[in-house]
Design a protein around this ligand. Structure first.
Ligand code: GLN
Length: 282
């Protein structure tokens, strides 16, 4: 049984990209969480992951922003690609991907380069890489993130940073194996199939992808410029999704000083690790 204190190891894939920044915000989030209530908080350990042995120690994982092609290439060379797929899809451990990390977690992605791109998968979505344009078209947008708000708190918007960011362009029907309809598409790369290992993994999986946040899209922008467009009917671009234990954001919370999403995610991780440990003890 979970009693006094539980220790939880969170890995940050540190092959390329903004891993250091994630660690700083995780530390900030963990420090804040001790004062929030009087239930014992877990003993958090945050480690950089570069080898399968380091991955083995992790209860949860972050895939940072960076360049998804490079990350997948280095992961393959470090013999980490299959262990990462097992971590996310066979064991279904809590995983969060930001930007390039979200691309890697998609079951399907529009390919923008020839070859070189391999996906981990875990989220039944198709992403469009670089949807928001090039590096010079990077932008920051204040986002309303309903999942962060507790009913009694009206929180300020979240400063979301978008850099060559992907969008979730399609939520795919859940399939037990590979996304076969996606295989038919040209210029699309699809993650290989893997199956949840045991009850704990199946419990941590959901067949539905939840949309957690959208960014007002083109019609809303045109309407804000005074054009006569009915923007109310527009849902906008999908920029945050969750499917059971797997969470993805198009933007980079690690590049802000705001640790609210990291705090929220650590609470999800804690719940998930508790559930897994209870199941393992049965
Ligand atoms: N568009 C980049 C890619 O394809 C991701 C950009 C980012 O992580 N900032 O990997």
């Amino acid at each position: 049984m979970y009693q006094m204190e539980m220790s939880i190891t969170v890995g940050i894939l540190a092959l390329q990209g903004a891993f250091y920044e994630h660690i700083q915000l995780l530390k900030q989030a963990a420090a804040n969480s001790t004062t929030e209530n009087d239930t014992p908080t877990p003993q958090w350990e945050f480690i950089e992951v570069r080898t399968p042995q380091e991955l083995d120690r992790c209860d949860a994982l972050i895939l940072p922003g960076g360049e998804s092609t490079t990350i997948s290439l280095v992961a393959a060379r470090s013999n980490l690609l299959e262990p990462l797929r097992d971590f996310v899809k066979v064991h279904r451990r809590p995983t969060w991907g930001t930007c390039a990390g979200l691309i890697l977690l998609a079951e399907s992605a529009n390919r923008t380069k020839k070859g070189g791109q391999e996906l981990i998968g875990g989220l039944d979505v198709r992403v469009n890489r670089n949807h928001f344009g090039r590096q010079t078209e990077s932008f920051q947008a204040p986002l309303d993130l309903p999942f962060l708000n507790s009913p009694e708190q009206d929180q300020p918007s979240f400063p979301a940073v978008f850099i060559r960011a992907p969008v979730v362009e399609k939520i795919l029907p859940h399939e037990e194996g590979i996304q076969t309809s996606e295989l038919q598409r040209d210029e699309t790369v699809v993650a290989p199939s893997k199956h949840a290992k045991d009850q704990a993994a199946r419990d941590a999986m959901a067949t539905q992808v939840e949309v957690l946040a959208t960014l007002p899209g083109r019609a809303a922008k045109l309407a804000s410029e005074g054009r006569n467009i009915d923007a109310d009917k527009e849902t906008g671009d999908i920029i945050a999704v969750r499917q059971g234990n797997v969470f993805g954001t198009s933007f980079h919370p690690e590049l802000t000083g705001d640790a609210r999403i990291h705090s929220w995610w650590l609470r999800q991780v804690e719940e998930s690790v508790k559930r897994r440990k209870q199941l393992e003890q049965r």
